[in-house]
Design a protein. Structure first.
Length: 495
């Protein structure tokens, strides 16, 4: 592996060392390079300094902006818009970035603090400025995130990809590939198991609400038991076609209609029932992963969260390494507090940090990453797998997500491939029926056909993808010197 020498100006390292080190680990491991730290005024591959004159012998100089680090401020994307020109050209791989990059005395100088930019995006600094609904979901109405569909661009991983290309322009060989088997990107299909057993007097009303009067025949079929939501065999048959096993996230806490009406919308099924026990065996035999769909209020009680994980493991008979929150319901005030619970419970990965209504990557990264716990200034041990698309976004939130399903999803796949990222999609367990949910399962089938035709996506379960990324990350860290996360954490698995 090519070892890069990275020099950090002492004035930065003294004040913001944990945050800077965390961001550099994201950029360098994402690009596949181990590193060693050096000194700015000596020969090095990359120097990070407020004054390029302090690094006369660097191949690449990134001009730091200390005032951004000091105040955690940034020209807000919501106020800047695409016309500003610094976001999209630099990070989305487009042309027109000449004013940001110059060549001086044999050095390539980036006149923008792309390290801080990556930090700002990955830690969600701007989210505090946006309104939220009662579930804690962010409202992006009236911002470039919607007007320009910025979330679909993956700006943080776009920084990493552009940086990777600039490294290559200096003659440095490519880093370690992101994905195995010579694949360019990765894809995973996931299912939230929310409503596998219909309430036969209630579901017909929901059908009519979705489809209008034309849905009356389908509603009658549900009422009489001719149509149902138990679609697991259908999903398995589709996934076998592409040799692409998925993950099914099950809720271990049984809710009720009464709780739903009072504001706790947990599903109604009981995973301890015999037919669910048989289902777990079927899914596991098919090579699928069993994950936890943690309940609506799980984030508020680590003890309740732990009970749900233990119960699912006991009933399914397998370790549960992955989690996704029901309703994407993290702590609405401090999502990182919930991410820290994932670490305490020993999850290998979580897939909850996304937007409920909007297609794309909430923190701007199509690359998996280990989030920063800002309150403690350290890296979390639970990997975040960014979810890029949920089914209802295209079929129930069309105004916020314009475009035909096939075109939107192909474009998202192309962007994922361009960044060498992960396309993790979330399709609910019960939407396979084309009469009850016209076009929903077809969108998945067409997307997977497109990925199969491309041939450059590694399709695996999220658990397998997380294990690969973690192993690759640890190999790069082991080959590196410097930028270590020196802050320790006592991880106690709640039992």
């Amino acid at each position: 592996m090519q070892l890069l020498t990275i020099a950090i100006d002492p004035s930065l390292d003294d004040s913001f060392a944990p945050e800077i080190a965390w961001t550099w680990r994201y950029l360098l491991t994402g690009a596949g390079y181990p590193w060693r730290t050096g000194v700015c005024n000596e020969p090095c591959d990359i120097a990070y300094t407020p004054d390029p004159r302090r690094a006369p012998h660097a191949r690449i100089v990134i001009q730091a902006m200390p005032h951004h680090w000091e105040r955690r401020t940034f020209l807000r994307l919501a106020g800047a818009g695409s016309a500003d020109g610094f976001m999209y050209p630099m990070y989305a791989g487009e042309h027109g970035h000449d004013r940001l990059i110059t060549h001086e005395a044999g050095r390539l100088i980036i006149h923008r603090d792309i390290v801080f930019d990556a930090f700002w995006l990955l830690t969600g600094q701007e989210e505090a400025h946006f309104p939220k609904n009662r579930h804690g979901h962010v409202d992006l109405a009236g911002t470039p995130y919607l007007e320009d569909q910025t979330l679909r661009k993956g700006l943080a991983s776009g920084i990493g990809v552009r940086f990777e290309h600039l490294i290559g322009e200096t003659g440095i060989p490519p880093g370690e590939p992101r994905w195995p088997h010579g694949k360019r990107a990765a894809a995973a299909l996931s299912h939230d198991v929310d409503y596998p057993e219909v309430v036969r007097w209630l579901e017909p009303l929901r059908v009519v609400m979705r489809q209008g009067m034309r849905g009356l025949p389908a509603a009658l079929d549900v009422l009489t038991g001719k149509r149902h939501h138990w679609q697991f065999d259908s999903w398995l048959a589709l996934e076998r076609t592409f040799d692409s096993p998925s993950v099914f996230y099950f809720v271990a806490r049984q809710g009720s209609l009464r709780e739903y009406a009072l504001g706790t919308p947990d599903p109604f099924y009981d995973i301890r029932a015999p037919h669910f026990r048989r289902l777990f065996c079927t899914l596991i035999d098919a090579g699928c992963e069993i994950g936890l769909h943690s309940s609506y209020h799980a984030y508020a009680s680590i003890e309740q969260f732990a009970r749900e994980k233990r119960l699912l493991e006991a009933v399914a008979g397998v370790p549960v390494v992955g989690n996704r929150h029901h309703y994407w319901h993290l702590d609405p005030v401090n999502p990182e507090a919930t991410l820290a619970i994932h670490e305490q419970l020993g999850f290998a990965y979580d897939a909850s940090l996304t937007h409920d209504r909007y297609i794309g990557w909430r923190r701007g990264s199509s690359w998996p990453y280990f989030p920063l716990l800002q309150a403690e200034r350290r890296e979390l041990r639970t990997l975040q797998l960014p979810t890029g698309w949920m089914d209802s976004q295209l079929f129930l939130q069309h105004a916020a997500n314009p475009g035909s399903p096939d075109e939107v999803l192909r474009a998202l796949a192309d962007q994922t491939a361009a960044q060498g990222g992960l396309l993790l999609v979330n399709v609910h367990d019960y939407v396979f029926d084309e009469v009850l949910f016209p076009g929903w399962s077809a969108a998945v089938r067409h997307l997977w056909e497109y990925l199969d035709t491309r041939g450059d996506f590694w399709m695996a379960t999220p658990a397998a993808i997380a294990a690969h990324w973690r192993d690759r990350y640890q190999r790069l860290l082991a080959a590196s010197v410097g930028f270590a996360d020196t802050r320790t954490v006592a991880v106690s698995i709640v039992s």
